[in-house]
Design a protein around this ligand. Structure first.
Ligand code: ATP
Ligand code: LTN
Length: 335
C-alpha cells in the first residue's frame, strides 16, 4: 500500500478551456463536481496544456481559462472547499507526462477512439493529439487520485490511465494509486440538438447544436424549438427509436428532477411544441442564477487570488508524489 496523507477520498477532474461550457459538459461532468466536494477532497483543473493539442490563439486561451474558472465557481464549486487551478501552473503535470510517455505504447494509444475521430481523414496529426491521453493520465496520477468524475466519452482514457498505473506498479515498483472513473447515469451523454446521433460538443459548427451555459434566453429558445425530433409525435423515452425526443427528455428530467415516467404522463396527448416550450422554461430558469454569479466572479480580483492559491495547494500535493515517482525510476539525485 502506498502511504498518502489523505483524510478523505481524493477526486480529480479537468476540463479544457476551449470555449464556453455547454449543457453536455454541465450535466455529464461538472454537476458531479459540485456534489462531490461535500465529502471528498476535490481538485478541479483547467487543462490548458490539453487545449494546445489543437492550435489556439494565445490571448484568447488566457481569456478562456478565466472564463472556465469563473464558470466552475458559478455552478457552485467553492474554492474554499475544493482546489481550482490551471494545469500549466503546476510543473509536475509536464514532468510526469514524460515519464508516463516512456511507459505507454503506440499500440494502446492508437486504439483511442477520440484520437481516431480527431485525426480522421488527415495524413498527419500533432503528436500532442496522439499523446493526449498520457497527459490526462499524468494529471490524475500526480495527485494519488481515487475518483475521476467525467462524462461517458472519457471511459477509454480512464482505462488507459489505470493500465499505465498498474503496469508501473507491477513491473517496476508500487508507485501509483489506481483511480476509478465515476460516470453519471442520467445525462452522462447529452447529444447535439441538431443531430442526436452525435454528442453535444464545443467544436460544433452549427450554433443551434449546443446550448452554452452562458446562452441568452432567446438563443436557448431558438435552439430548443429547432431541435431535431421525429414524426410520430409521442413524448416517450426510447433512445434507440426516438433519439432526439429522448435527448430533450433527459435534459428536462435532469434539470427539473422529474422522472421520465412523470414526464411521459404529463405530456400524454400533447405535442412536441408544448413539451419544447416547457423545456425552454426549465433550461432558462436553471441557467439564469449561474449566469448572474458568473458576471460577479469573472472580472473580480478574487478570481486570480483563488487560482494562485489553488496552484500552490495543488503543487504541494504534486511535489510529494513526484518525489516518489522519481525515486521509482531513479531520476535526479533523490534529494
Ligand atoms: P469537444 O466537444 O471539443 O471534444 P468537449 O465538449 O467534449 O470538447 P471537454 O473539455 O473535452 O469538452 O469535456 C469536459 C467534460 O464534459 C468531460 O468530462 C466530458 O466527458 C464531458 N462532456 C463533454 N461533452 C459531453 C456531452 N455531450 N455529454 C455529456 N458529457 C460531456
Ligand atoms: N480529456 C478530458 C479532460 C481532462 C481530464 C483530465 C478529465 C484532461 N485531464 C484528468 C479528468 C481527469 C475531457 O474531458 N475531454
Amino acid at each position: 500500500m502506498i502511504k498518502t496523507n489523505k483524510t478523505k477520498p481524493r477526486v480529480f477532474s479537468g476540463v479544457q478551456p476551449s470555449g464556453n461550457l455547454h449543457l453536455g459538459n454541465y450535466l455529464g461532468a461538472i454537476r458531479q463536481f459540485v456534489e462531490l466536494q461535500e465529502d471528498h477532497e476535490c481538485i478541479y483543473c483547467i487543462v490548458d496544456m490539453h487545449a494546445i493539442t489543437v492550435p489556439q490563439d494565445p490571448k484568447a486561451l488566457r481569456e478562456h481559462v478565466l472564463d472556465l474558472a469563473s464558470l466552475y465557481m458559478a455552478v457552485g464549486i467553492d474554492p474554499r472547499k475544493s482546489i481550482i487551478f490551471v494545469q500549466s501552473d503546476v510543473p509536475g503535470h509536464a514532468e510526469l507526462n514524460w515519464i508516463l510517455t516512456c511507459n505507454s505504447y503506440t499500440g494502446e494509444l492508437s486504439r483511442m477512439t477520440q484520437f481516431k475521430s480527431k485525426s480522421h481523414g488527415k495524413e498527419s496529426s500533432p503528436t500532442g493529439l496522439f499523446c493526449y491521453p498520457v497527459l490526462m493520465a499524468a494529471d490524475i496520477l500526480l495527485y494519488d487520485t481515487d475518483i475521476v468524475p467525467v462524462g461517458n466519452d472519457q471511459k477509454q482514457h480512464i482505462e488507459l490511465c489505470r493500465d499505465i498505473a498498474t503496469r508501473v506498479n507491477n513491473t517496476i515498483k508500487e508507485t501509483f494509486v489506481v483511480p476509478e472513473g465515476r460516470f453519471m447515469k442520467a445525462g452522462a451523454r447529452i447529444m447535439a440538438l441538431d443531430d442526436p446521433t452525435q454528442k453535444m460538443s464545443k467544436s460544433a459548427t452549427n450554433i443551434h447544436s449546443t446550448i452554452s451555459l452562458l446562452d441568452q434566453p432567446n438563443k436557448i429558445k431558438k435552439s430548443i424549438m429547432k431541435a431535431t425530433t421525429d414524426s410520430d409525435g409521442e413524448i416517450r423515452f426510447d433512445v434507440e427509436n426516438k433519439p432526439g425526443v429522448s435527448n430533450l427528455m433527459t435534459i428536462y428530467s435532469v434539470l427539473s428532477g422529474e422522472s421520465m415516467a412523470d414526464i411521459e404522463t404529463s405530456y400524454r396527448g400533447k405535442g412536441y411544441g408544448d413539451f419544447k416550450k416547457d423545456l425552454v422554461g426549465v433550461v432558462q430558469e436553471s441557467l439564469a442564477p449561474i449566469q448572474a454569479r458568473y458576471e460577479e466572479i469573472r472580472h473580480s480580483e478574487q478570481l486570480i487570488r483563488d487560482l494562485k492559491d489553488g496552484a500552490e495547494r495543488a503543487g504541494a500535493i504534486a511535489e510529494v508524489v513526484m518525489k516518489r515517482v522519481k525515486d521509482t525510476f531513479g531520476l535526479g539525485l533523490g534529494m
